[in-house]
Write a protein that binds this ligand. Structure first.
Ligand SMILES: [Fe+2]
Length: 338
């Protein structure tokens, strides 16, 4: 039996406004020289051994003095504001392989990696591969230069490391989905309930069982915690299938109000990732997106981000209807006691 939340979550640390957040800097964790040196030596050791990146474990990537940082990050991601910006990796000094080792190695200290697509790839490149997003399921937004609307990824947390920025644009946006929920409750509590009912979402060919859609709520209130799961385009593109129920008037209104609230001045936090930055955010409480970007003509100078999805050790209990989703199936299994 699903529970519906109609109360405000005003004291939740994950409920925040971007304009307030922009006045503070405690969401930025800048690595000091000894921490950078520690990471550099761990990267060099892995590179020298020439092992398969995905076989590299936490023990292979020793960071003896960074334990406090990881605790801080995990505390911010679950039970805190929901995101953190790690700053100061020497991305420009590393080759592409070095950057991959660094993100993977840091990830091993934060949690367990999660496959990001049907093929189970554990580390994605976010860059423009020169194709346009369309009705073809095989191309995904992170492989284009398009603006990406606010959405959630898969796994408890995503980590996005900036290797290189583009020539222009490509600003990152993060929004507290808990604060969006509060705004909706304040204005239209009836629509806050609608968003906790089932929506049909296009699976874009990414489900192991071949199902074209998955059916689940946008907001879930479970075990005293509010979680969001939404890729807005996929709610609309699910309507391309004739056997999918049409969106109701109330659902359309709820989606429009959701979008409207996120677009209001001051709600989103906007910043530009710089080379050496890693944005870590909870997919349960934070929605993220980016503005369109332009690339330099030289392929070696093009915008390049690396992405990891993680199950974190202090992750929240997942609602039963997440067990079968492409976003959380693996996290769900990883969290089950053996
Ligand atoms: Fe994303």
């Amino acid at each position: 039996m699903r529970e519906f939340l109609t109360a405000l979550l005003e004291d939740d640390p994950a409920a925040w406004r971007g304009d307030r957040m922009a006045e503070r800097s405690d969401w930025i964790l800048t690595l000091d020289a000894p921490a950078v040196a520690e990471i550099e030596s761990a990267v060099s050791a892995v590179a020298a051994r020439g092992v398969d990146l995905f076989d590299v474990t936490r023990d292979d990537f020793p960071l003896p003095n960074m334990g406090g940082h990881f605790e801080t990050m995990l505390g911010a991601l679950e039970g805190g504001r929901g995101f953190v910006l790690l700053r100061g990796l020497p991305a420009a000094r590393w080759s592409e392989a070095g950057n991959r080792i660094a993100l993977w190695g840091l990830g091993t200290h934060l949690g367990l990696p999660v496959g990001q697509d049907l093929a189970g790839n554990l580390l994605h490149d976010v860059r423009d591969v020169g194709r346009k997003f369309g009705s073809d399921d095989s191309i995904r937004y992170y492989q284009t230069s398009h603006a990406i609307r606010l959405h959630t990824d898969g796994g408890d947390v995503f980590a996005l490391a900036c290797v290189r920025q583009g020539a222009g644009g490509g600003k990152s946006l993060v929004v507290s989905a808990v604060e969006v929920f509060n705004e909706i409750v304040r204005r239209r509590p009836d629509l806050a309930v609608v968003l906790q009912e089932d929506f049909w979402m296009d699976a874009r060919g990414q489900r192991p069982d071949g199902a074209r859609c998955q059916v689940l709520p946008i907001y879930t209130w479970h075990d005293g915690l509010l979680s969001v799961l939404l890729k807005p385009e996929y709610v609309y593109s699910a309507q391309r299938f004739e056997d999918v129920p049409r969106l109701t008037e109330a659902q359309r209104e709820a989606l429009e109000l959701f979008h409207h609230v996120t677009q209001e001045t001051g709600l989103a936090l906007e910043f530009r990732l710089e080379p050496g930055d890693v944005l870590l955010a909870s997919n349960h409480t934070i929605m993220h997106g980016r503005t369109e970007f332009e690339d330099a003509p030289d392929p070696a100078q093009r915008r390049h981000l690396l992405r990891l999805w993680l199950t974190i050790p202090n992750g929240r209990p997942l609602p039963p209807h997440y067990a079968d989703t492409r976003e959380y199936a693996q996290t769900y299994r990883q969290r089950m006691p053996a």
